[in-house]
Design a protein around this ligand. Sequence first.
Ligand code: MG
Length: 376
Amino acid sequence: MRVTLSVIKADIGSVGGHITPSRRVEDRVREHVEKNRKLVYDYLTSHTGDDIAILFSHGRGVGSAEIHRLAWDAFKEGTQVAKEQGLYGAGQDLLKDAFSGNVKGMGPAVAEMEFEERPNEPFLFFAADKTEPGAYNLPLYLSFADPMHCPGLLLSPKMASGFRFVIMDVDYTEGDRVIELNAPEDLYDIAALLRDNSRFVVESIFSRSENEQVVSVSTSRLRNIAGKYTGKDDPVFLSRSQGSFPATGEILSPFAIGHYVAGTMRGSHTGPLMPVKQNSTISFFDGPPIVSCAALCVHNGKFTEAVDAFDHPFWDQVRSQVSLKAMEIRKQGFSGIAMLPYDDLEYGGIVEKMKKIDKKFVVRKEKKEKLRKAAS
Ligand code: MG
């Protein structure tokens, strides 16, 4: 049976700052979807930090206007409650007024893929908060192209031919500018692009042996839509696992690194990505950037219960180490790599400040004169 998995998520308001959505807001979102559940095979709502995600299984294909409208309307309803409760940032990710058939480019993050369901179809749903889509670049590279994390590339004949990466240039705003590269042949080209998390982002990954889509990542950059800083993009991604795809543990493995990503306080700093339990909140320095993972199976379009992949004693140790990494980089405050480079801040208030400061610069006359003479 053909099934489409769609996850659509948005920050529509949170309690006590950027911490978590209120229970009433999340309930209202769920109620709206429940009222319309005939449109879908199944659904699941959850939150990660201040973002609410709706995961759908349905038969309507990728980019379905009905599914996108369902999510959009649910978030609109939730926003109403957020306003009634006076939540911080009510409706902040709903950047357009009228729904235009697809939530892409309207604020919410979307990851979707359609496939023929296998007899057993395990998949993972990752949601991050206080960071950007490029935060997944390193983990996806390691899970799908590096045998240090994915021994299946060596041990499973079905995976021997590797995976195809579709990478998007998210700075390009006229349309979707993408490149397709094959691992392992193009490994260094893939790495050369993926090192730059703010510009190049893995959009999807395909198995080369079966030409099947395995991964779909949300790639929207809010700054490209709003033209100003309105919060980080807080990306989601879906990955199928097992069989001719990496095992669940191979996909989870790179998240033990707690690599440094852009985000955290005011979306303007560098912090380590912490794997957290589902429905976790945001705390230290409006961070650290967090990622949660729900593991499920889908069968005939119906979900099993969602298992929390980072709710295990192993990850407690990782979280402790990531906390130390967060504190280490915080020690240097705004200096150097602790705060993002100017290019990544130019959608925020620092632009005005820099304009004012710039006018106060002087070029020393004597030196200029000396240089002029030396040149002549
Ligand atoms: Mg958020």
